[in-house]
Design a protein around this ligand. Structure first.
Ligand code: KMH
Ligand code: ZN
Length: 309
């Protein structure tokens, strides 16, 4: 059944807020422990955001990342992939600070500006732990997640050329795949490209099997064997689209950043529980799971002895 499947786990993100799940990692120690457990459960790549330890508000403070990066690196071999997306309410400079400081092997790169609607989540909760939570959700009605061509080119040069970071290219729609093809044609990105098909964010393509197939068909036509894809289904479609992605020859992304549940209506107790579930599904379907070193080889990563933590 072809290539081993690379499992990525996005452990906390900036979409979900502490009230939505008591299992969402917030402090540096919670993020570290959850990442290590997810790696031990089979995740080859850990995608990382940080939060203010007391309030849980999304943070791009490099110090908040440095509070957990060394601990994770000391206890597992996973590829540590730092977000440059941060949160839609951050400036680009703020968003890039952690990856610049950490000189990480891998970081995300969002392939286009878009509306990023998390306000629909608000209607499901009431008794908020922190007053910032409903405000941040409401703010997404009128906030543009900015990723201009200039922003993309700055990230490519500042983190790619300067530090040897390679990218998880976040594509939320077909147009984002076309933008990546433009940069490939200009020689500003180098194969093998790692393309994350992101489905189910309000403002991006919907989380459906036919949309996943459309994204894959377009990417196949544009990139041929110069790319590998992974599938991120936000919310309730996470496991189903990840499973379809593996069957289509791709890799998978799970984690509480993207979905808080382990099954319809049931909160996941941990990131590791989601990793274990997708791994079980992959095993049952006859897929092997890639190790971190296999992922490094396939994605041409620089290795974690040249990171700054
Ligand atoms: N929040 C996910 C839908 C990033 O951090 O740069 C995509 C993501 C983007 O993880
Ligand atoms: Zn992220």
């Amino acid at each position: 059944m072809g290539r081993k499947v690379i499992i990525s786990c996005a452990v906390t993100g900036s979409i979900h807020t502490p009230t939505m799940s008591p299992c969402l990692p917030v402090t540096a120690d919670e993020i570290a422990q959850s990442s290590i457990a997810a790696a031990h459960a089979g995740a080859a790549v850990i995608h990382l955001h940080a939060r203010h330890p007391e309030s849980g508000f999304p943070s791009a403070d490099a110090a908040h990342f440095m509070a957990f990066l060394p601990q994770i690196k000391a206890h597992c071999d996973a590829v540590l992939n730092i977000s440059t997306g941060g949160s839609s309410v951050m400036s680009l400079d703020q968003r890039l600070a952690p990856a610049r400081a950490a000189k990480t092997e891998m970081c995300s790169l969002n392939m286009g500006s878009m509306n990023f609607g998390i306000f629909p989540l608000k209607e499901h909760y009431g008794d908020w732990k922190h007053e910032w939570e409903p405000k941040l959700l409401d703010a997404s009605r009128d906030t543009i997640f900015r990723n201009s061509f200039e922003d993309i080119e700055l990230i490519l040069s500042d983190l790619g050329d300067a530090h040897g970071a390679r990218f998880e290219f976040e594509c939320y729609d077909i147009g984002h795949i076309e933008t990546l093809a433009y940069y490939l044609s200009k020689g500003l990105v180098q194969p093998p490209l790692y393309v994350q098909f992101v489905l189910g964010v309000l403002g991006g393509i919907g989380a459906s099997p036919e949309n996943l197939l459309a994204m894959k068909n377009r990417a196949d036509r544009l990139f041929g064997d110069a790319y590998e894809f992974s599938v991120l289904g936000a919310g309730g479609m996470q496991m189903r689209l990840a499973t379809m992605g593996a069957v289509l020859g791709g890799n998978v992304r799970v984690g509480l950043e993207d979905s808080l549940t382990i099954a319809p209506g049931a909160l996941a107790r941990s990131n590791a529980e989601q990793v274990a579930k997708i791994r079980r599904i992959l095993d049952e379907l006859g897929f092997e799971t890639a190790t971190a070193s296999e992922a490094r080889d396939r994605l041409a990563l620089k290795g974690n002895d040249s990171v700054a933590f």
